[in-house]
Design a protein around this ligand. Sequence first.
Ligand code: PLP
Length: 389
Amino acid sequence: MKNVDYIKTWQQTTQNNYGIPALALVKGKGLVVTDADGKQYLDFLGGIATNVLGHAHPAIVKAVSKQIAQLGHVSNFYAHPNALALASKLIAMTGDKTARVFFCQSGAEANEAALKLSRRSGRNRVIAAQGAFHGRTIGALSMTGQPAKREPFLPLLKGVKHVAFGDIDAMRRAINRKTAMVILEPIMGEAGVIIPPTDYLAAVRELCDKHGALLVIDAVQTGMGRTGDWFGYEYSGIKPDVITVAKGLGGGLPLGAMIALGNAATLFQPGDHGSTFGGNPVTTAAGLAAVSVIEKEKLMKKAVIHHENLLTDIALIPGVKEVRGAGLLIGIELDKNNASDIAKLMMDAGVLVNAANASTIRIAPALTVSPAQIKKFISVLRKVLSDDK
Ligand SMILES: *Cc1c(COP(=O)(O)O)cnc(C)c1O
């Protein structure tokens, strides 16, 4: 079957919630993927910031193969060594021994878990940012600050207020003793890689402390080493009450986690929440393998070095208005509102990226990206933008 056959089958078999894809991908190795027509692409989107080690990484393949052959699933009636080992790793990453982990499968579920946890404080109001993305289930969508995604599904949860991202005065006006939680991405990914002022998170932390509200950091996109540290908020010096992760956590397998710290870690009581697959032996085996490779190969340090090089080179390309981000989560703002056209032309030229919004190209390649692959990306971007002039 060719790309066209798969696209036709897609339309005959799946619901129309995504729009129609341009390609069917059938193979991958490292940062190179192959479509059904045999054409190869350099993958600079990484399954949307998810394939931290690229495709078919030997460590992931080995860990998953070994675990599925030994014991595939146990449910949370029983403990499993992999889930416990990964939970210990995540606790160590927070730098706080009081942290406790709840495993799920996705970012939306991790944020749903945080939302339910916050209700156990006895309060039920939430503050989130305009433009933020926290997922598509009803609770997560209620916190997502993008009108186009929300409006078809109104009414959503009551008591959720959206304030301008990075505006501490707006946060100060919105927060009060009824606020259960404030949820923020350290860098807004889906909104187009938007960075808040450097002191914003610390100022929000102070307001949350003053009013007794939980501060939830949604590190689903920024987490697992992508931005140069484990969760993406560490530069701010704050300690959140809750951290949510997913995307990169499972090294390409569906795995999410809601990590609560300090008093927040004791809010859930037996029976309060659960997930059949949460902490599954196979997905946590993949997560452990991913974390171990990130540590061993110092991929977070490399992400920071790649960032500097990418930023310098991209900024010099005519047609680029601004380039921003952290580590290997980068938004490239173009002069024109033609990001989807540019993304399509880059695909034709053999590089996968996406348009986060009308004027912004987002890249989130595997942390294992090589300098040669970065060079190739830069040259294709330069060529596509110059042809477009
Ligand atoms: C992708 C994303 C989510 C949702 O994750 P899913 O796994 O698609 O449910 C939540 N928050 C952020 C910041 C994301 O980037």
